[in-house]
Design a protein around this ligand. Structure first.
Ligand code: 13P
Ligand code: SF4
Length: 303
């Protein structure tokens, strides 16, 4: 074991901290985390851990959600520069304007949004429950922010709803192309193709299955297939290989989220030793942002 990994394990014990890590974290972080999961699983886990100190290895909105759901806990985010660029595609003023223009709409925000945007949201969702969340809404018109690809995917199952989309997207998933999937399919014809709903509609059209990252992990564990093409950020493949040593996984080349990779062993150790950078949000924001997140957690997973 490298010195730094040992130092992290010791500091974690000494501080009685819990490390939560997203599926896209670098392998070394996933390996030392107490829990690795997708955004919904991490939000739920944050409400269940006993420790008052959570080191959150993921992007900023995930660490913010952990605080909103547990305002009494200390949430440390090792690198504040680990920000999801898609979450920055909608700001609270823009959302307020869109609400004024569409007063009849129910606002569904992907959890990949700032805490401020959540204060103007009726209900949040993740890629693991977008359809289930929207199905639970009585009103007919949905203002879906910010991921237009996830919104378009959900719309396929909800033809009776009127969707208003925000022009946001995840650059990592948007860049996964039909040609890349087709090339992998040609090389590995028996492999099942799994893609994330943040992918563009033409990629979704040629996939065998569409899942959140946690949904992919569950599918790969239970499927009889031995080979899988994984249409999402490459970090997940580490977990898939670890959990399924007898199966083979093909990642998409260059599907790397630079924001997720900004969490390193070094800044995680610093964060544990110094208990900063700490996530701080105004009480008012926490209070207002909590309701849409609580509703999302109560609805639970669909995949
Ligand atoms: P998951 O919730 O499926 O892990 O997705 C989070 C994310 O940021 C996808 O890009
Ligand atoms: Fe944001 Fe995309 Fe990175 Fe996920 S993969 S954190 S949506 S930029």
């Amino acid at each position: 074991m490298s010195n730094i990994v040992e130092d992290i394990i010791n500091a974690k014990k000494e501080k009685n901290a819990v490390i939560l890590a997203h599926n896209y974290q670098i392998p070394a972080i996933q390996d030392l985390a107490d829990f690795v999961g997708d955004s919904l699983a991490l939000a739920v886990k944050a409400t269940k851990v006993e420790s008052d100190l959570i080191i959150f290895c993921g992007v900023d909105f995930m660490a913010e959600s952990a605080l909103i759901l547990n305002p009494e806990k200390t949430i440390i985010h090792p690198n504040p520069k680990a920000k999801c660029p898609m979450a920055a595609m909608v700001d609270v003023e823009g959302l307020r304007m869109a609400k004024k223009k569409n007063p009849e709409a129910t606002v569904v925000s992907y959890v990949n949004t700032t805490a401020e945007v959540k204060t103007e949201t009726d209900i949040c969702c993740t890629s693991a429950n977008a359809v289930k969340v929207i199905k639970s809404i009585e009103e007919d018109t949905i203002l879906f922010v910010p991921d237009s690809n996830l919104g378009l995917y959900a719309q396929r199952f909800l033809p009776d709803k009127k969707f208003i989309f925000w022009p946001g997207y995840c650059h990592v998933h948007q860049d996964i192309s039909v040609a890349q999937i087709q090339d992998l399919k040609a090389s590995y014809p028996i492999a099942e193709v799994l893609v994330h709903p943040e992918c563009s509609p033409d990629v979704i059209d040629i996939a065998d299955f569409v899942y959140s990252t946690e949904g992919m992990a569950k599918h790969c564990a239970s499927s009889d297939s031995k080979e899988f093409i994984i249409g999402t950020e490459e970090g997940l493949v580490h977990r898939l290989k670890k959990e399924n040593p007898d199966k083979t996984f093909y990642a998409i080349s260059d599907a790397i989220c630079p924001s997720m990779k900004k969490i390193t062993l070094e800044n995680t150790l610093d964060a544990l030793r110094n208990l900063k950078p700490r996530i701080i949000l105004p009480d008012e924001v926490i209070k207002k942002a909590r309701a849409p997140l609580d509703k999302m957690v109560a609805i639970g997973r669909q995949d």
